[in-house]
Design a protein around this ligand. Structure first.
Ligand SMILES: Nc1ncnc2c1ncn2[C@@H]1O[C@H](COP(=O)(O)OP(=O)(O)OP(=O)(O)O)[C@@H](O)[C@H]1O
Length: 412
């Protein structure tokens, strides 16, 4: 049985590719033309979440109380695959299937796909070379909107070996130096969290100090986002507990705003907030004022600083371009520059490379390493991938137990 892998560059439209496959526009997939296909992708999940949230149509969760939105990535993907297979497709298109999954769930999904591959054709659309499954028989790339077939599998692997990425400029200094002098930024002491009577986090002890580089890991559903939401002030679960944020005991009268102005945060879904006509220069200057749009005239100093950041990430020729016109990789670099322009004392990066191809991931990690080496910002980096080239000082690991996840520090 034939199984296909298509390595897709971020600059090409996945949706166009999927439609062309469905319509039988490529001779390689002609045999699938009149067959019934299924699609396993983040967009499909979004569609089901949207139907649930807006129209209360529960398809993937019809036999459960919990909403799809509050489930972990692993739980959601399992529910989607089960639903697709119940429709008995004759081929399955899987799009970046391992994104957001913890190591164990990745292994579990690999085994499932292997079993499925004995019965139906798989077409993998992936951004990362390492995600291609072993049993693949036919290899392609999709670049600049064109599909290229590789007759020789060895050649395919050789051509796509990792390219090195460097950012040569230094990180621009902030306009104003930080006025936060504490060494300790965040301290959880015996913090526990429950949802609907089910304990999720149990007795969490975790202290983050100035300038430290942490990676936060843990299986899907172990409570990583819950922990981050308590740090950024987006969850009220920290009230009444022994949680100290930037020197203030949680609930001691500090405003969410006081906390947020010292924290830079990036997760890929944030890019969706900027759909309007935001030039790159304005987006960076707005980062200095903690606003989405820019409502005041930028000063010359602010404009110069924005230009330096744009030069660092190779976008200085595009300062008047609108954000929505950038490629996915460029958008992510810009969002991190925007989060960093004030030199926050803590930068949180939540699965920031999900969906990026190898070359854009390399550039992104080069920027993170620069921040680590050239600034005093502490970093919390959440990722299920062990990215080569990323060297956190400490790992905080959550492990699921029956009474909620426990955490421990793994020294490297
Ligand atoms: N508002 C909520 N209501 C009910 N349950 C919730 C809510 N928010 C989170 N949960 C549950 O808490 C657990 C932890 O979720 P959380 O999103 O923090 O995990 P995670 O480690 O970030 O997962 P992932 O790696 O999949 O992103 C999950 O089982 C989730 O279903």
């Amino acid at each position: 049985m034939k199984h296909f892998a298509i390595l897709v560059e971020n600059e090409s439209s996945l949706q166009t590719l999927i439609t062309s496959i469905y319509e039988g526009s490529y001779k390689y997939f002609e045999s699938l033309k009149d067959k019934k296909g299924g699609i396993f992708s983040a967009e499909e999940l979004e569609h089901f979440i949207d139907r649930e949230e807006r129209h209360e149509i529960k398809t993937l969760t019809s036999n459960r109380n919990q909403s799809l939105l509050s489930m972990s990535s692993g739980e959601r993907k399992k529910a989607l695959l089960k639903h697709i297979l119940s429709k008995s497709p004759e081929y399955l298109i899987v799009v970046n299937p391992f994104d957001n999954l913890d190591i164990e769930s990745q292994a579990d999904l690999k085994t499932r796909l292997e079993v499925i591959s004995e019965k139906i054709h798989l077409i993998q659309l992936v951004s990362r070379l390492e995600d291609i499954l072993m049993f693949t028989s036919d290899f392609f790339t999709y670049s600049k909107g064109e599909l290229h077939y590789f007759q020789n599998r060895e050649l395919f692997w050789k051509v796509h070996e990792k390219s090195k990425n460097n950012l040569s400029n230094a990180i621009p200094a902030p306009i104003r130096a930080s006025n936060f002098f504490n060494t300790e930024l965040v301290r959880f002491q015996g913090v526990s969290v429950s949802f609907d009577g089910k304990q999720i986090l149990k007795n969490i002890d975790w202290t983050i100090n100035k300038g430290e580089f942490w990676q936060l890991i843990g299986p899907n559903g172990s409570g990583k986002s819950t922990l981050l939401n308590m740090i950024t002030g987006d969850s009220h679960k920290g009230y009444g507990q022994n949680l100290t944020l930037l020197g203030n005991k949680k609930g001691s009268g500090e405003s969410v705003w006081d906390i947020k102005k010292h924290i830079g945060y990036f997760t890929p879904s944030m890019t969706d907030k900027f759909k309007g006509r935001h030039t790159l220069e304005n987006m960076l200057v707005a980062g200095l004022h903690d606003s989405v749009g820019l409502y005041i005239k930028p000063t010359d100093n602010e404009k110069q600083l924005a230009l330096k950041w744009l030069a660092l990430i190779g976008l200085d020729k595009k300062k008047e371009v609108y954000f929505h016109q950038l490629s996915m990789g460029q958008k992510r670099l810009l969002m991190v520059a925007r989060a960093m322009i004030k030199h926050p004392i803590l930068l949180i990066l939540d699965e920031p490379t999900v969906g990026l191809d190898d070359s854009n991931t390399g550039l992104f990690l080069a920027l993170v390493n620069k921040i680590v080496n050239e600034t005093e910002s502490a970093i919390i980096y959440v990722s299920h991938r062990a990215e080569a080239g990323l060297n956190p000082q400490f790992i905080y690991k959550l492990s699921i137990t029956e009474n909620g996840s426990t955490g421990k520090i793994v020294y490297i």
